[in-house]
Design a binder for this molecule. Structure first.
Ligand code: DSN
Length: 426
């Protein structure tokens, strides 16, 4: 029998704190009982969760392996070195920093490494698919830096590369940033690199959303093109909730100093160990096949919703997510989210490009396939999920007891019983 002090002694937690044990049980029940279609979520493995719930959480280890400000770091050094080496190998990167606590922390460090307050960054606008940390006024990034934003082309609804080039020449930004949280299409990294070179800018890719697809080789990598790539580890990648950065050798010192001591203190060694486990998982053929299926499923789901009049922006997707315009069915994003939720389908309202609604209402929804693909679902199930979403969104109600909510929930139950999340031991 394994020693419970490695972590994860649920019986002991249940005995001591039934309130929190109850939350853990209820959340697992929620995950198992419904369809999880938030594009930025996934179901990490029991091995990753075990490393996360371990005694490595106790250790202070400010600094880097072999150069710590605390004693007793020999074991955690092994974990961090493994995480670094596995991350570099996975992405073919010169250097990896695995200490960022999250995607926002990783991004903060990139700002710290390359920009001084007041300097200019060119990034995708949030309403067109960017991210809060890409220079929005409510974030440190927009308060402390001069952010210029590009958007998508009105016809293609994909990144407007001509606008990127025009704005780059006009504003001569220190950094050009590609990536965001609602971009369904493959980003043309070579085009961005060429524009950055033309104006002497650093080229940064925030790959948080799609880095898992890169790890599995389902889509092309930004690493050969970019100076620096930041990402989270919990989306398609399927690791712990955290962040990381890979960069070219010439930027190693700047990135490492910006993560620690500029932006962060002690690294979370339990999370770093969990990242090491995850990077090992991502190097397997099973993971590569998973990422192919994530994209195949996303295309199938986007098409299924499109058939029901819930139009995918850009006409579809190349990645794990699709963004849908609800204006054709006369429903707002906020209502679609609530109706889906009432029927056991978790997704999020999302602004679409040129959205006439405020962001907290929105005209769109964003759906992603990382979780349902982890559960083993394929294209046939995506067709069914598309039908269920459309029924809930178009005909349903935010009341879970409404007849349509009940009907859709029955369909959801059939699917999740056939393809369970975290299947119970036989
Ligand atoms: N909040 C994440 C997402 O859902 O895309 C990005 O940080």
């Amino acid at each position: 029998m394994s020693d419970t002090f490695y972590g994860s002694d649920f019986a002991a937690l249940e005995a001591f704190d039934p309130d929190i044990a109850g939350v853990l049980t209820a959340e697992l029940g929620r995950i198992r009982g419904g369809l999880q279609l938030i594009a930025s979520e996934n179901l990490s493995s029991p091995e990753v969760l075990t490393a996360l719930g371990s005694t490595l959480s106790n250790k202070y280890a400010e600094g880097y392996p072999g150069r710590r400000y605390y004693g007793g770091c020999a074991e955690v050094d092994v974990a961090e070195n493994l995480a670094i080496e596995r991350c570099k190998a996975l992405f073919g990167a010169d250097h990896a920093n695995v200490q960022p606590h999250s995607g926002a922390s990783a991004n903060q460090a990139v700002y710290g490494a390359f920009l001084k307050p007041g300097e200019t960054i060119l990034a995708m606008s949030l309403p067109h698919g960017g991210h809060l940390t890409h220079g929005t006024k409510v974030s440190f990034s927009g308060k402390w830096f001069d952010a210029v934003h590009y958007g998508v082309d009105k016809d293609t609804e994909d990144v407007d590369y001509d606008e990127v080039e025009r704005l780059a020449k006009e504003h001569r930004p220190k950094v050009i940033l590609a990536g965001g949280s609602a971009i369904p299409r493959q980003i043309d990294f070579a085009r961005f690199r060429a524009i950055a070179d033309e104006v002497g800018a650093v080229f940064w890719v925030d790959a948080a959303h799609f880095i898992g697809l890169v790890a599995g080789k389902a889509i092309p990598s930004p690493v050969p093109h970019a100076d620096v790539v930041s990402f989270t580890t919990h989306k398609v990648l399927r690791g712990p909730r955290s962040g990381a950065i890979v960069c070219r050798e010439e930027h190693r010192a700047a990135i490492d100093k910006a993560v620690f001591p500029m932006m962060q203190g002690g690294p979370q060694m339990h999370t770093i160990a969990a990242k090491a486990v995850n990077f090992k998982e991502c190097a397997t053929p099973e993971y590569a096949a998973y990422t192919e299926q994530v994209v195949t499923n996303a295309r199938a789901l986007a098409a299924a919703l499109g058939e029901k009049g819930i139009r995918p922006t850009t006409g579809g997707t190349d990645t794990h997510l699709s963004l849908h315009d609800l204006q054709g069915v006369g429903v707002t994003g906020v209502d679609a989210e609530a109706r889906s939720d009432a029927a056991g389908i978790t997704l999020n309202k999302n602004a679409i490009p040129f959205d006439p609604q405020k962001p907290n209402i929105a005209s769109g929804i964003r759906v992603g396939t990382p979780c349902v693909t982890t559960q083993g679902m394929g294209e046939e199930q995506m067709q069914r999920i598309g039908e269920l979403i459309a029924r809930a969104v178009v005909d349903g109600d935010a009341d879970p007891e409404h007849a349509v909510s009940r009907e859709v929930r029955a369909g959801v139950t059939e699917l999740v019983e056939a393809f369970p999340a975290y299947p119970r031991p036989a």
